[in-house]
Design a protein around this ligand. Structure first.
Ligand code: FE
Length: 207
């Protein structure tokens, strides 16, 4: 193969690819050639990876908001509670739910690289992997939150959690006030990716 498809469907000649991309495609070609994997395996894996998105996390959070027994199970046995909703979190080693309160906000980072609860939130945003975020989330978490638009009173405690290969976190944001009339599906629309990383609260009203 002399050209490759990127995620937008454009063809890129091999010579335009970076060293590491060339290496990945070379390994892929070898695996195909030797019959270790098939084109179909690759396609299935891409579809599986793409299907994982913050919509999974939003579904979990909305259920926890409307069902306190589910919330208790989610905090006690996160992976089993995810399975109840058809979300497969088995790939995560240890999975911990961090419940925000009026007095405590949690924020998640991976200071070393980009560890992230991918089965629940999909792929991490670029800023999550940036050196700037990885450093400043530790030294100035309130400053980071402010840039995302969240200004917290001084008496609210901010706890920063460092993800690793062994442990992944999901922030359970506070249910916004005045949302008693919303359905579970509507509530899920208030749960943004960033609110589950913990740099923001959930949206106050439907978008
Ligand atoms: Fe990491």
């Amino acid at each position: 193969m002399s050209a490759t498809n990127d995620q937008h469907g454009h063809e890129h000649p091999r010579h335009e690819l970076s060293h590491y991309a060339k290496r990945i495609y070379a390994i892929r070609d070898l695996l195909l050639e030797k019959g270790v994997i098939t084109e179909k395996d690759i396609q299935c894996q891409i579809e599986y990876q793409e299907a994982r998105s913050p919509a999974n996390g939003a579904k979990i959070v909305a259920r926890a908001w409307v069902d306190s027994e589910f919330k208790a199970r989610l905090i006690a046995e996160p992976k089993a509670a995810c399975a109840e909703l058809g979300i497969d979190a088995a790939a995560l080693n240890e999975f911990v739910i961090l419940e925000n309160t009026e007095k405590v906000r949690h924020m998640v980072v991976c200071t070393l690289c980009s560890c992230y609860p991918r089965p629940i939130l999909g792929r991490p945003p670029d800023w999550y992997k940036s050196f700037n975020y990885r450093q400043r989330s530790v030294t100035d978490p309130r400053g980071v939150m402010r840039e995302f638009g969240l200004v917290l009173p001084d008496d609210v405690e901010v706890r920063v959690h460092d993800s690793t290969a062994d442990i992944r976190y999901l922030v359970l944001p506070l249910r916004p006030r005045g949302t008693e009339g919303l359905s579970e599906a509507e509530l899920a629309k208030l749960v943004t990716r960033d609110s589950m990383i913990g740099v923001m609260d959930a949206l106050p009203t439907l978008p």
